[in-house]
Design a protein. Structure first.
Length: 230
């Protein structure tokens, strides 16, 4: 931080990178590294490290501000291009899987308890030839809510399992094969986000927002969300 404040940005970058190489993963560290790269005019790297900070803590305000700035000023687009898909992703980012799991368990417990009471009361009424209990509309509504929460939980799990990366070179050619001889299929701009589909030696197969896939070198992208197996 002293090096950064003294505008010795290359030295600051090296110190921050050294901490990252030691396995440090705090959002503040990634944010500081992003600021350093921004000062060094390596804006694609800055965007990548802001995304890495948000992968650790999606609510980290400095990284949120940095990401928003880069998206608006430098057109460094996320993988989701349409507003609906992006809105769903950003909403899911702000909710932890544990919060969704607790909500799912709570709704399941309440819904199950109401249904069990209704079934038991209905069975007793039939045995004693008494009027049937009223239909539990509350349980029906809760059942629909349960399905909705389960859908959110499933989408969140898929989101967590997706490996994402940011293009860190100015312009990258995605090739048809994991080799220099591969034909260039499409171009990727620095700062744009891609999905990682396969890993082969020094190459990664990436997918862009249009669904096209191609191979790039590992040093041409920086993985920002490695995916989690829960």
């Amino acid at each position: 931080m002293a090096a950064y404040q003294n505008k010795q940005f290359e030295e600051a970058r090296d110190h921050f990178q050294n901490l990252v190489s030691q396995g440090r993963t705090s959002p503040a560290l990634f944010h500081n590294l992003a600021l350093t790269y921004f000062q060094l005019d390596e804006k694609a790297y800055a965007m990548a490290f802001w995304r890495k900070a948000l992968a650790v803590d999606p609510r980290f305000r400095p990284a949120l501000a940095g990401r928003t700035f880069m998206e608006s000023k430098f057109a460094m687009t996320p993988f989701e291009r349409d507003s609906l898909s992006l809105g769903i992703r950003r909403t899911l980012e702000s909710i932890s899987i544990h919060e969704i799991a607790w909500l799912l368990a709570l709704v399941l417990a309440i819904t199950g308890w109401i249904w069990i009471r209704y079934i038991a009361a209905r069975k007793t009424a039939l045995e004693l030839e008494q009027p049937k209990p009223p239909f539990p509309f509350t349980a029906a509504v809760l059942s629909l809510i349960l399905l909705g929460v389960l859908s959110v939980f499933t989408v969140k799990m898929q989101f967590l399992g997706t490996v994402r990366a940011t293009v860190v070179k100015a312009n990258v050619a995605a090739r048809s094969l994991p080799a220099e001889e591969g034909v260039s299929l499409f171009e990727l701009r620095g700062g744009n986000e891609v999905l990682i589909r396969r890993d082969q030696d020094e190459w990664l197969q990436v997918q862009n927002s249009d669904g096209a896939r191609g191979w790039v070198k590992k040093d041409e992208v920086l993985i920002t969300n490695e995916g989690k197996k829960l």
